[in-house]
Design a protein around this ligand. Structure first.
Ligand code: CS2
Length: 503
């Protein structure tokens, strides 16, 4: 990349050797990155981790607590590792709001490994007693569980890991954890560890524990099962920060403001929240000093976030895509979508735990402001991905609870109908292509049904890997079919208008 004003002078790339040249307006590490120890191993070094947990560990390093550098491990994405290695692990965090972007260089990622390329180092790190926290952002599908909470043996990589020879290179996060921790148990049996899920799942810590213990049991390693029960804690956490995919505009911002190039900066909102159960088996930095809320129980926070924030996001994603709205701020500026989001909250709030209900109004008010942030350009297409894994934790708990209580599910039925249309894609005259491991299966299933709304609604809702037994609910099938019928007749905006005027 070259300076447009001075085509002969290339920009330097962000790295330890150029850090000192960065424009003074930018916050830099207050510590010497090379002197930081590595106390955390994080699996899944995507944008979210780098905008969220990595910042809290960077704060600890900035405060002089030098034990908490991070070893990042990616299972699939080689590109991030390559980009970070070329920058000595440094990257720029851009906080975007309506005022000027605020930039900060994060240096907490001291190492970045592609597990399959460096299997020995990855396993050695997992076994290393200096690593005291292993955290994960592997997305909902990374836990390899079906809606009943059993290992999902329809996943080829999981089945391969379950059957693999003891020294084969694992393919799943569960496979890597089981092998690395088996080595830890042998080499450093007293080295306790915190395994911390930072994914958008309800009871994410318990889910991780269940997935890993089921995996280890299925592999027949009873000694490791016992060790995990005794030496490892699995705190639940609620993590929240909106982090869009990186764009060239972000790279240009860094170049313009910092005077250096960064191949993979992260753009995010000013808001950040992390509520975590204070059950760290081998210590932790002073997370409270970074604004992290340490709690005895985070389940209420998780429910509130999944059912209000993430559920609204997914509603915006599918209805927005159908309405040709490509970003969340555009969608929330549209009166029909905003009314739909507010109605979704009216449906979800009564299902929240008693302790959370009094907080919900302020929470939603703040969400409206966060969603409206025009500087984020958070794409509806990004959120629409992986619906088959997201919807069961975002929409279905509210749906189930309302149906059990004999209440209606107006806007959630519409949301399900919008997802169904997006899955049908071309067959519904829609050009949206949604990334989802189940997309093909679901599209085929819907294609074979034809166009009758009732049959389509039943076809989708009786797909047990997503809906469990919800397909038996005649009321839900009819409600989704009715919305589908209206979408076909009046388009999604017409349906939203009708739904929000006459719920
Ligand atoms: C979003 C989340 O892409 C999505 O599915 O709903 O990533 C959301 O932005 C975060 O959970 C916010 O904390």
């Amino acid at each position: 990349m070259t300076d447009p004003q001075c085509a002969n002078r290339p920009y330097d790339r962000l790295s330890l050797s150029t850090l000192a040249h960065i424009a003074p307006i930018i916050q830099r590490p207050a510590y010497t990155p090379n002197q930081a120890g590595i106390g955390v191993l994080h699996v899944g070094v995507g944008n979210f981790h780098r905008a969220h947990q990595a910042v809290a560990f960077d704060d600890a390093l900035n405060r002089g607590d030098s034990a908490w550098g991070i070893c990042g491990v990616n299972l699939h994405s080689r590109a991030v590792c390559d980009a970070l290695r070329a920058q000595d692990g440094l990257y720029t965090l851009i906080e975007r709001s309506e005022s000027a972007p605020r930039l900060r260089v994060i240096a907490a990622l001291r190492e970045c490994l592609l597990a399959g390329q460096s299997p020995e180092t990855t396993l050695a790190r997992l076994a290393d007693p200096r690593i005291r926290i292993v955290s994960l952002t592997i997305t909902e599908k990374g836990y390899c569980l079906d809606p009943q909470g059993e290992l999902d043996r329809s996943q080829a990589d999981l089945v391969a890991d379950l059957k693999a020879a003891p020294h084969a290179t694992p393919r799943t996060a569960l496979g890597w954890l089981a092998r690395g921790l088996a080595r830890r148990r042998e080499q450093a049996p007293d080295a306790a560890l915190t395994l911390m899920s930072c994914d958008n799942l309800s009871a994410n810590g318990k889910t991780l524990k269940r997935a890993l213990l089921s995996f280890v049991a299925a592999r027949g390693d009873a000694a490791l099962e016992r060790w995990l029960e005794q030496q490892v804690s699995f705190p639940c956490s609620m993590v929240d920060r909106i982090v869009p995919a990186t764009t060239d505009a972000d790279r240009e911002t860094v170049q313009r403001v910092a005077g250096l190039t960064d191949a993979w900066p992260i753009s995010t909102e000013p808001f950040t929240q992390w509520v975590v159960e204070d059950r760290f088996a081998a210590g932790r930095p002073d997370l409270a000093a970074s604004g992290v809320q340490l709690a005895d129980d985070v389940s209420g926070w998780e429910d509130m976030k999944l059912r209000l924030l993430n559920a609204a996001h997914s509603l915006i994603a599918y209805t927005g895509l159908l309405a040709g709205l490509s970003t969340v701020d555009q969608a929330i500026a549209h009166p029909a979508l905003r009314a739909a989001v507010e109605q979704l909250w009216d449906e979800a709030i009564p299902t929240l735990p008693r302790t959370m209900k009094p907080l919900a109004t302020d929470y939603c008010r703040e969400l409206l402001i966060r969603f409206a942030n025009p500087a984020l350009a958070h794409r509806t297409e990004q959120i629409a991905a992986d619906g088959s894994k997201k919807i069961p934790v975002r929409w279905l708990p509210t749906v189930r609870q309302r149906l059990d209580q004999g209440r209606t599910v107006g806007i959630l039925a519409l949301a399900l109908a919008a997802w169904l249309q997006c899955l049908r894609g071309a067959s519904a005259g829609i050009s949206v292509i949604i990334k989802d491991p189940q997309a093909q299966t679901l599209a085929k299933r819907l294609d074979s049904i034809g166009t009758d709304p009732k049959a389509l609604a039943h076809g989708l809702l009786s797909y047990e890997p997503v809906f469990g037994d919800l397909g038996h609910s005649q009321e839900l099938v009819s409600a989704v079919a009715a919305k589908l019928h209206t979408i076909n007749k009046a388009g999604v905006l017409g349906t939203l208008n009708e739904a929000t005027i006459r719920p």
